[in-house]
Write a protein that binds this ligand. Structure first.
Ligand code: ATP
Ligand code: MG
Length: 340
């Protein structure tokens, strides 16, 4: 069986490549098997989407790339995380600090974990721009940096960017904080942006504005994006390639067209049927019955088997491998829907 990472393959230069990554978290309750054999790659100027229900390990995956999980509890069992060929799992703290912000920018799901209440929104932006200028040698005056920061806040749909610039985190709404966080990530001009639910706290018009800006950045700045969301609609509007995660595993990957028109994995089919469509009565939205399994003690075979209407004894016993098919689609299922 061929093992190919979800993502760019050989089409473009690979920027980020996660290979065979398995991660456990040591908690008071026991060991949580939070990521199991994750493979994905993001090419230059590519936007890859990771989608899955709450608790399936999307944020843990995002944080693992920049070593942002608490070191006391995170245990990497296997695998590598390569950034332009360099394995970040063995990088020094100094090197990781260099990578964060200027090479890889991160938009956190919960902005409050990022902000210190003693610093204004503007100070984060000034720091990001200043850091970029030091690294890239394109330094300018403080006034020019401030003008750049305020312009960016305005482009993210903040109506009073000057006021936001001078505000402390507690003076801003959740949606405003989220946009400041996005602005700070963009301001550093990183080569890759990892955006974890970047628009979840925002209303749909602002969401559209931000997604548009992210697209523009990919096109004009040679940037790649790893976009993480539980919202298949957001992922489909932004990404040509999609990775579907379930309970710490990748269950299916493919192009947007492959996945949306002929999904193969029963979980992907469930995710698609759970998206409400305009004009359809609510009762036609089916969703997926049941819950993600407890990762302290995941099911021995396919992690989706307890919720799957197609599950057999084989599924409950033997874990399906992520197999690669024509067109680069990958599926981890003993009984996929016909898709070729
Ligand atoms: N610091 C931590 N300590 C212990 N368990 C954790 C920690 N962080 C995450 N987990 C567990 O890891 C699993 C994956 O969590 P994660 O936050 O990655 O999910 P997610 O897919 O991002 O969900 P959501 O869509 O709600 O953001 C969950 O079972 C969660 O309880
Ligand atoms: Mg999350």
């Amino acid at each position: 069986m061929r093992h190919v990472s979800a993502g760019s393959g050989n089409r473009t230069e690979t920027m980020l490549s996660v290979s065979d990554l398995s991660l456990e978290l040591a908690t008071y309750d026991g060991t949580v098997q939070v990521l199991d054999n994750i493979n994905l790659a993001v090419g230059r100027r590519e936007t890859i989407g990771v989608v899955g229900e709450t608790g399936c390990g999307k944020s843990v995956l995002a944080k693992s790339v920049l070593d942002l999980l608490p070191r006391a509890i995170a245990r990497y069992r296997r695998g590598s995380i390569r950034w332009k060929g360099e394995n970040l799992l063995s990088a020094t703290r100094k090197r990781l600090r260099q990578v964060r912000g200027t090479e890889i920018g991160m938009v956190f799901q919960d902005p409050m974990t990022f902000f210190d209440p003693l610093y204004t929104a503007g100070s984060y932006m000034m720091e990001a721009i200043g850091h970029r200028e030091r690294v890239k040698g394109d330094g300018g005056s403080r006034a020019r940096r401030k003008a750049e920061a305020i312009d960016l806040l305005g482009r993210l749909g903040l109506t009073e960017p000057d006021r936001v610039f001078d505000s402390y985190p507690h003076q801003l709404s959740g949606g405003m904080r989220q946009r400041v966080l996005i602005a700070a990530a963009i301001a550093g001009s990183p080569e890759l942006i990892i955006a974890d639910e970047p628009t979840t706290a925002l209303d749909v018009t602002v969401q559209a504005q931000i997604l548009h800006l992210l697209k523009e950045i990919v096109e004009t700045r040679d940037t790649s994006i790893l976009l993480i969301s539980h919202d298949l609609g957001v992922i489909a509007s932004m990404c040509e390639r999609i990775v579907v995660m379930y309970a710490g595993t990748i269950v299916e990957t493919g192009t947007k067209r492959q996945l949306l028109s002929r999904p193969a994995h029963p979980y992907t089919i469930g995710l698609i049927s759970a998206v409400p469509r305009l004009g359809y009565p609510q009762k036609q939205v089916k969703g997926i019955a049941g819950h993600i399994p407890n990762l302290l003690n995941p099911p021995p075979g396919c992690r989706f088997a307890p919720r799957c209407h197609k599950a057999t004894a084989l599924c409950r016993k033997v874990k399906p491998e992520l197999a690669t098919f024509s067109g680069g689609r990958q599926v981890a299922c003993h009984h996929p829907e016909p898709f070729e």
